[in-house]
Write a protein that binds this ligand. Structure first.
Ligand SMILES: NC(=O)C1=CN([C@@H]2O[C@H](COP(=O)(O)OP(=O)(O)OC[C@H]3O[C@@H](n4cnc5c(N)ncnc54)[C@H](OP(=O)(O)O)[C@@H]3O)[C@@H](O)[C@H]2O)C=CC1
Ligand SMILES: N[C@@H](CC=O)C(=O)O
Length: 701
């Protein structure tokens, strides 16, 4: 019928019943092998009887050598095209199908998967084995014999150039993707089980592998991957889950004697596994591919159960828990720059700092995506009473309304599970923008679960020493990150400067400074023109104070920062070890709320006004300072008087100033100075930590 339609449209065309031309031999595995020499003879004869430039040939069908009609079995239509291409020594074979080409990963699992412009024959083989929408491997064999390219095109989208499967170009500039990434694509197989045969009696015993795989063959199971360490104490292989029971029984029966005698210790089954394979011919000549792959998996906190790589190096296969498979696929896909570094984020505490951070994330999202390939997806926002969650990411221009109008009752465990449970995003970070010690007490659990933590909240690092040490030790052992630059100096680089000094071998002697933006502002502005309580109200209004300003005035906030820096420098101090001079009038310590405290504060203005006047009369100013004394292994927080020409007397606004005296910076300390409180700078500091995390996870920096 098609030939008739083509002829009706004016094209001279013949139709070919391929049963007359294609001759195939059945194989033992219920497939067929083309008989090329017989088919060539018959094709020549057919042409001599029906000369034509255009042939419409039947797909899928052929004949046996004794002329009995048969089919080309599964994927037989593609196979007929490839055989005809080979018989005719075609310039190119095009397979018209309903997809744009071969993707770098299953687009249902990796939304950023890209169409591959070219694949080598071997890459196409590897990808198709793993279920990617490529040609069946046997389809490629006939055309590969004569180096004939096959192009996969979409009949429904003629503008898509498709994927060309061919011998790799000699000039690599022909293919941008090959240059960008040694890995062409990733594929997965689900519903597998691992079988591990283990025992000291296996080492150096010829025939062990033969016996194991003989037993597997006897039950008709298909071995999908094999791995054996060179110690020969164990052989592990993957089979389809539905076949594993029979395999285990066959092995136990075959090796009963060795198991009883203890020469084999076990035949263990690991159910619910998946395979993830990285495929690329260029991997063979590129060092570091497996390191990058394993690193990406480690960073996504994914455990690898088994590994296999053939010496052709076209394929690296890892076996993982099935539930980790999609996350793993996304992590490695994004790591090889085929797609963006995507991080699922949960923001806890949308108060002043959290809300400012959300707005900064909203304003910068497009630039991060387009220019830096970073996709920060806020999957949830929670306060102490309500929370909002989304599977795909919250629209940051409407999060306030969503929280107010559609918020559900806050539940931090549920929040954590849902933000982290998105299997499509490999990495999760929880950003704690509260001042709550209960939230801080969860960091250990989050890090243990592979969730990164970023926070301006000082409670965890200045809380009980043993918990702090536990947290740091866990963090050192795992691939999860815990960043808290904004806990000291808000957006100023204080912790990173200290780390830089220590990591390069310097020794801290003393860290001294004005660590409180609020107290800095108070003493910079309390110059005799306004009362003390008025200046405190201004600091609160400017967003410098803690949620309860008594935390600032009591010196607790400064003490916490001193403890954070002391611990960072290696001192094992508790918050209670620090003598603190509180500026909170004794009767107001018991006020029920921050509002009540602010209301009553004016009654006590006189006392501080007196102290300020006394200092001024002596040509001095009052400054609230913190000290880490690493020589005497102690910390202090004090209200001190400084001469007016002292650097600490020269500050303005909410400036912090921190002086590091070290072995290298002994005569002149290293000084960091700048605004040390306020919503924009603090949120900016947290944002920098988030981008640092993204770069650790693989985003270009
Ligand atoms: N202001 C500054 O310049 C700086 C602040 N910081 C730190 O930033 C953090 C936030 O400060 P700020 O924004 O001013 O504080 P806010 O009081 O404005 O906001 C705190 C937020 O935390 C939420 N919250 C409290 N407890 C919980 C809980 N158990 N679970 C979930 N959410 C909770 C509150 O929600 P709800 O309203 O529903 O109770 C609120 O949204 C503090 O740790 C502070 O020390 C660090 C450096 C500088
Ligand atoms: N309340 C704090 C905010 C930063 O940590 C301050 O005043 O410094």
């Amino acid at each position: 019928m098609l030939a008739a339609v083509v002829r009706k449209n004016g094209i001279d065309c013949k139709w070919m019943d391929t049963r007359e031309v294609l001759i195939v031999n059945p194989t033992s595995s219920n497939q067929v092998d083309p008989d090329f020499s017989e088919s060539e003879k018959r094709l020549e004869k057919w042409f001599s009887q029906s000369p034509s430039n255009t042939i419409i040939a039947t797909g899928f069908i052929a004949s046996t050598p004794d002329n009995i009609p048969t089919t080309l079995k599964r994927d037989g239509s593609d196979f007929s095209a490839a055989i005809m291409g080979a018989l005719l020594r075609a310039h190119q074979v095009t397979i018209w199908t309903d997809v744009d080409g071969v993707y770098s990963a299953d687009p249902r699992k990796v939304s950023e998967a890209v169409i591959l412009r070219t694949l080598s024959y071997q890459e196409a083989w590897e990808m198709s084995y793993f279920g990617a929408n490529v040609l069946h491997p046997r389809t490629i064999i006939p055309v590969m014999r004569y180096d004939i390219p096959i192009v996969i095109r979409n009949i429904f989208n003629l503008s898509a150039p498709g994927t060309m499967i061919c011998r790799p170009p000699v000039d690599e500039n022909e293919d941008e993707q090959i240059i960008d990434s040694p890995v062409k694509g990733f594929a997965t197989i689900d519903n597998l089980a691992l079988v591990n045969v283990e025992g000291t009696g296996m080492a150096g015993v010829p025939g062990t592998a033969n016996a194991i795989f003989g037993a597997v063959k006897d039950v008709g199971a298909n071995v999908i991957m094999i791995s054996q360490a060179s110690s020969e104490h164990s052989v592990c292989f993957a089979v389809p889950e539905k076949e594993v029971k029979a395999v285990a029984e066959a092995l136990e029966s075959k090796f009963r004697e060795a198991l009883n005698a203890g020469r084999l210790s076990q035949v263990a089954i690991v159910p619910n596994c998946s395979i993830l394979a990285a495929v690329g011919q260029k991997m063979a000549s590129t060092p570091g591919v497996s390191a990058t792959l394993f690193n990406a998996l480690a960073k996504a906190n994914i455990n690898i159960r088994a590994i296999a790589q053939g010496c052709s190096e076209y394929n690296i296969t890892v076996v993982l828990k099935r539930e980790d498979c999609i996350r793993a696929l996304r992590a490695v896909h994004s790591r090889f720059y085929l797609s963006r570094t995507t991080i699922a984020m949960g923001i806890i505490g949308p108060g002043l700092i959290g809300a400012t951070l959300l707005d900064q994330l909203r304003d910068q999202a497009a630039v991060l995506k387009e220019d830096f390939n970073i996709d920060l997806r806020v999957m949830g926002v929670t306060g102490s009473r309500t929370m909002v969650l989304s599977d795909t990411g919250i629209d940051l221009s409407t999060w306030r309304e969503l929280l107010k109008e559609k918020g559900e009752v806050a539940d931090l465990e549920k929040f954590t599970q849902l933000v982290h449970g998105n299997h499509f995003i490999p990495n999760t970070v929880l950003v704690d923008c509260t001042a709550d010690s209960n939230v801080a007490s969860r960091y250990h659990d989050w890090l243990r679960r592979g969730i990164h933590v970023i926070t301006p909240n000082k409670k965890a690092n200045s809380g009980p020493l043993d918990q702090y040490l536990k947290l740091r030790s866990l963090q050192r052992k795992s691939y999860t990150h815990y960043f808290y630059e904004a806990t000291v100096g808000a957006g100023l680089p204080i912790i990173s400067t200290l780390r830089g000094l220590l990591e390069t071998g310097d020794h801290i002697l003393r860290i001294e400074g004005i660590f409180s933006g609020t107290l800095s502002y108070l003493f910079n502005s309390f110059v005799g023109t306004r009362s003390f309580s008025e200046v405190v109200a201004e600091a609160k209004e400017a967003g410098y104070t803690e949620p309860d300003p008594r935390d600032d005035l009591s010196g607790t906030d400064v003490a916490r920062k001193v403890i954070i820096l002391a611990r960072e420098s290696g001192l094992k101090l508790e918050l209670s070890d620090l003598p603190v001079r509180s500026l909170v009038p004794e009767p107001l310590k018991a006020c029920a709320s921050a509002e009540e405290f602010m209301k009553q504060l004016p009654q006590f203005d006189e006392e501080l006004a007196k102290q300020r006047q006394e200092a001024e009369d002596a040509g001095e100013v009052l400054r609230y300072v913190g000290v880490v004394d690493a020589i005497n292994k102690e910390g202090r927080v004090e209200l001190r008087r400084y001469k007016k020409d002292h650097p600490f007397a020269q500050l303005s606004g909410s400036d912090n100033i921190i002086a590091f005296t070290t072995k290298r910076y002994k005569e002149q300390p290293l000084i960091v100075r700048g605004p040390g409180a306020g919503a924009q700078v603090t949120a900016g500091g947290i944002f920098s930590d988030i981008l640092r995390l993204a770069s650790y996870l693989g985003a270009p920096s």
